[in-house]
Design a protein around this ligand. Structure first.
Ligand code: NAD
Length: 488
């Protein structure tokens, strides 16, 4: 049984779950102990007690801890990647790449610890020094989703610690194994007791305890839009600081001048890799009329070649859906699409392979309208739609006609379209001739409209969330000041 980590001790919770392997549901990975609300409170108090001292820790101490975590994560990327693929169902390549990225995120934020924590300005008054100091918030509650169970915790925990905060981490229920492995590495990194805590459990119990506690100064949340909005309202109400990264319904525009092979490759990768379970997945393929038929034909052929199978099999392109619950959601939307009049061009079938897993062949809907529910609501599975448009102008309008705006892409060779796309598309992240998913680890991560709230994650930009500004005006000392007083 894997335990919670509270105030420097491994602590048995009050409940437990066994996580299974979505590629083979007979394979039970381990048992994880779920904390109670009172134990979450103990973790919060431990983090609050540790906060004043950690806020004064030297940049070198923070660097050494974070760099050591990054080094170990990278050194163990194959082993941890295997666990991630086994637990979540993304392919081994994708899982190892995620773990590697998590390691580099720790190293990036290790170096950030050395960045100056104040900015100097010239005052408009002579004899006055003006500076803006950056101070840690205190306790940060980290609440994460199941689809990137190593990288997303890494890009929240690492900056929280680098900028001098303490952490209570609550991972997603269905992927506790990867989170626990990361927490175990962090527990041996030399952090003082209470600076980092892991409390596993449900959103309603452990997550809610973090959201409600006045001792938790900031909540950084990644997950679905409805849960994010609810959490955001509660934290705002009690005066906490909030950073929300939520859902997407990301468009990929295929322009009539696009290189067809590149377009198909980007669409397949963006829509279906990681089983379509990425907030940046291209779920809406917006295709100009002149290229539509050829693109659709090539997409169907390419999708027919995709190998669906055990996430840890080297021949697999697309692993299983992560859980029985997510499979039910995918099936529901496949039905909704057909009821709405969309034409299923390929896929959307439950596959019986030699192991009992949540296997679903990637599905493509054609002849869809952007107003359909399958094009407005996040499905979070291997399901994408083709939306045919007359021209580029309509493509942009359709791309923007959703209430979220995380990532958006275009495949084109036309420089003018690229410029116009960048300036007109309502998304936090834009990809040109690339899949909509796949971001550099040192760049910020952010969305528009209902996708994000608060300062961006990752990169130096996230300092805005993990610290608070203090503006300092300092006049000369009294004896030096005498001249100034006389002049008054
Ligand atoms: P979810 O919203 O169901 O859960 C996310 C986390 O919130 C989990 O840890 C859950 O236990 C917790 N939670 C649930 N209710 C809570 C409550 N009342 N109080 C506190 N915590 C609570 O999301 P999920 O199903 O785990 O993940 C899929 C979603 O995440 C998708 O919508 C996807 O788009 C989104 N996502 C967004 C990004 C991004 O950066 N924008 C990245 C990855 C995933």
């Amino acid at each position: 049984m894997k335990l919670n980590y509270i105030a420097g001790n491994w602590v048995q919770g009050v409940d437990s779950i066994k996580n299974d392997n979505p590629s083979d549901t007979n394979d039970i990975i381990d048992e994880y102990s779920f904390a109670s609300s009172e134990q979450a409170q103990m973790a919060i108090e431990a983090a609050a007690d540790a906060a004043p001292k950690w806020s004064q820790s030297s940049p070198l101490q923070r660097f050494e801890v974070l760099d050591a975590i990054g080094t170990e994560v990278i050194a163990r990327k194959n082993e941890l990647g295997d666990l991630l693929a086994r637990e979540e169902g993304k392919t081994l390549n994708e899982a190892v790449a995620e773990v590697n990225r998590a390691g580099y995120l720790f190293k990036f934020f290790a170096a950030e610890a050395f960045r100056s924590d104040s900015d100097g300005y010239s005052s408009i008054r002579s004899g006055v020094n003006l500076a803006v100091k950056r101070e840690p918030l205190g306790v940060i509650g980290v609440i994460t989703p199941w689809n990137f169970p190593v990288a997303i915790p890494a890009w929240k925990i690492a900056p929280a610690l680098a900028y001098g905060n303490t952490v209570v981490f609550k991972p997603a229920e269905i992927v506790p194994g990867s989170a626990w492995a990361l927490a175990e590495i962090i527990s041996r990194s030399g952090l003082p007791e209470g600076v980092f805590n892991l409390v596993m459990g449900t959103g309603n119990v452990v997550g809610q305890a973090l959201v409600d506690s006045p001792l938790v100064e900031g909540i950084t949340f990644t997950g679905s839009t409805p849960v994010g909005k609810k959490i955001g309202a509660r934290v705002f109400e009690r005066g906490g600081k909030i950073q929300l990264e939520m859902g997407g319904k990301n468009p990929l525009i295929i322009s009539n001048d696009a290189d067809l092979d590149l377009a198909v490759n980007c669409a397949i990768q963006g829509s279906f890799y990681a089983t379509g379970q990425r907030c940046t997945a291209s779920s809406r393929l917006i295709v100009e009329d002149a290229i539509h038929d050829k693109f659709v034909e090539k997409m169907i052929a390419a999708m027919g070649r995709l190998r669906i199978g055990d996430a840890r099999d080297a021949n697999t392109d697309i692993g299983p859906v992560a859980s029985a619950e997510q499979l039910e959601i995918d099936k529901k939307y496949l039905q909704i699409g057909e009821q709405e009049g969309a034409r299923k061009l390929i896929g959307g079938k439950l596959l019986k392979l030699h192991k009992s897993g949540y296997y679903l062949s990637p599905a493509l809907f054609g002849e869809t309208a952007n107003s359909m529910r399958i094009n407005q609501e996040e499905i979070f599975g291997p399901v994408a739609s083709i939306i045919r448009v007359c021209n580029f102008d309509e493509a942009i309008q359709v791309a923007n006609d959703v209430d979220v705006g995380l990532s958006a892409g275009i495949i084109t060779c036309d420089h003018q379209k690229i410029e116009e796309f960048i300036s007109r598309v309502q998304a936090g992240m834009v990809q040109i001739n690339l899949p909509t998913a796949g971001m550099d680890f040192h760049a910020p991560f952010t969305g528009r409209k209902g996708s994000s709230f608060g300062p961006p994650e990752k990169g130096s930009y996230c300092r805005e969330f993990f610290t608070q500004a203090k503006v300092v005006h300092q006049g000369a000392m009294p004896q030096i000041n005498k001249g100034l007083r006389d002049a008054k």
